[in-house]
Each structure stands twice: as C-alpha cells, then as structure tokens.
Design a protein around this ligand. Structure first.
Ligand code: SF4
Length: 85
C-alpha cells in the first residue's frame, strides 16, 4: 500500500498547467473543461484522491507548492499534510 496521498479540490482549478509540468505522470489537463485531472484518482464532489509512491513525492510536493490556488495537498500515511515540508 502506498504511503502518501494527493488530494485535489478540483472545483477551484484554474487550469494553469503547473502541476502537469511538475508531475506529468500524475496530472493532465482535461480537454473538456480545461482543469487538471489527477490520474488514477477516486473522486467525489470534486474532491479527488490518489495514492502515490515515495518516488512520486518530490514532484508532487512541488506541484502542491506551486499551485496558485492552493488546491493540491500531499498527506503522509498518518494523514498529516506535508505539502510544504
Ligand atoms: S496547479 Fe492547481 S490550478 Fe494549476 S492546473 Fe494544477 S490543480 Fe489546477
């Protein structure tokens, strides 16, 4: 089981493309609405969650830190938000 999770509050995405540049393996822009899709995520009510490996952590922390609307969060296995650590 993966140790880390990404959470995206997709409703407020402005489609800036930053996350897809930092971590193209985890993010892609949706051709329909121009917002970022979190790959391999489960979603409900525009909150999307995906498990990631430690290898994917650094790139996605940068994605979280650079998201201009602050809608990407990275959690450790205990649920602590480590986006800015
Ligand atoms: S960095 Fe944030 S606002 Fe920009 S596309 Fe990704 S999720 Fe959307």
């Amino acid at each position: 089981m993966s140790k880390f999770k990404i959470i995206q509050y997709r409703n407020n995405c402005i489609g800036c493309n930053s996350c897809t540049e930092h971590a193209p393996g985890n993010w892609e822009i949706d051709a329909t609405d121009g917002k970022a899709n979190l790959k391999r995520a489960d979603g409900k009510d525009d909150v999307f969650i995906a498990e990631i490996s430690e290898l994917e952590l650094a790139d996605n922390k940068r994605a979280a830190q650079d998201c201009p609307v602050g809608i990407i969060h990275i959690l450790d296995s205990k649920g602590k938000d480590i986006s800015f650590e």
